[in-house]
Design a protein around this ligand. Structure first.
Ligand code: HH2
Length: 272
């Protein structure tokens, strides 16, 4: 999943694609580089980002979604927590609604996904991007994240979303310490065991700087390592800025994941 932020203040690509023509060209470039999905967002979620109202968010994302829907032959996703924006994007034909609030403001967003038959990504987070780092107490971060995600999935199903259309995401960097993020990646197989497809978004995030020791700079190596672990543990979709480079990493990780499954299967047959 290639990231396309149509925002002035996203943490790593803010301001680069604010003009619709630049964003549309970037979307086409992500597809050429090998993205299977493009995720278009009009409001940054980084700590301290400014609030965007519904009309402004629609003004940012709709022209880009409409143009790309006519130009690329891949599913498009809208990264929004606002039901009004999700509805306008669904009316335009978007395939996926990506909700980083996990339905925290009510189930209206899920009702839109149900009405239009889109996929619905529920990403784990707590509070809002502005104060999420105040709520980082977990008894067991992996079990707590799973419980909270399954609660949101149940609400989405009650609102009419088909279970098969729900994806879960541990929310790397959202109400988590660097160690929490690492533990969620290392134990991602426990999320995979819920049976829902798992999406993971480690791209260029600050835990890579903190753990890798390169606070401000290049986080490509750390992103590739996180992506590899996630794929080996069974993640289905990785949300990424640097598609060409990460496509290469994901091909290798997939090949290794397939091989280890084949070996496990052969061993099972031998033992049977
Ligand atoms: N991370 C960000 C935004 N949306 N959606 C999902 N499903 N998973 C994620 O991990 C995720 C997400 C934050 O990254 P980015 O879009 O690069 O930055 P910003 O929110 O500042 O625009």
């Amino acid at each position: 999943m290639g990231i396309l932020n149509v925002t002035p203040d996203s943490f790593s690509d803010g301001g680069l694609f604010l003009e619709p023509e630049d964003a549309i060209a970037r979307g086409r470039q992500l597809i050429e580089e090998g993205a299977d999905i493009i995720d278009v967002g009009g409001e940054s979620t980084r700590p301290g980002s400014s609030f965007v109202d519904v009309e402004e968010e629609k003004r940012r994302v709709l022209p880009v979604l409409e143009a790309l829907l006519g130009q690329v032959d891949k599913p498009l996703s809208v990264d929004t927590v606002k039901p009004e924006v999700a509805r306008a994007a669904a009316e335009a034909g978007v395939h996926i609604i990506n909700d980083v609030s996990m339905l925290r403001n009510g189930v209206e967003l899920a009702a839109v996904a149900a009405e239009f038959g889109t996929e619905l990504v529920l990403m784990h987070s707590r509070k809002t991007p502005r104060d999420m780092q105040e709520d980082i107490n977990y008894a067991d971060v992996v079990r707590d994240v799973i419980d909270e995600l399954l609660g949101a999935a149940r609400s989405a199903i009650t609102a009419g979303v088909e279970k098969e259309r729900i994806w879960l995401d541990p929310g790397i960097g959202f109400a988590k310490t660097a160690e929490h993020n690492i533990e969620l990646l290392a134990r991602l197989d426990e999320l995979v065991a819920t049976g829902f497809p798992i999406l993971v978004g480690p791209s260029r995030k600050s835990f890579i700087g903190k753990i890798g020791g390169d606070e401000a700079g290049n986080r490509l190596g750390g992103t590739a390592a996180a992506l590899t672990v996630a794929i080996m543990r069974g993640a289905r979709v990785i949300r990424i800025h640097d598609v060409a480079t990460m496509r290469q990493a994901s091909r290798i990780a997939h090949a290794c994941a397939k091989m280890s499954l084949r070996d496990a299967y052969a061993k099972e047959c031998r033992d049977a």
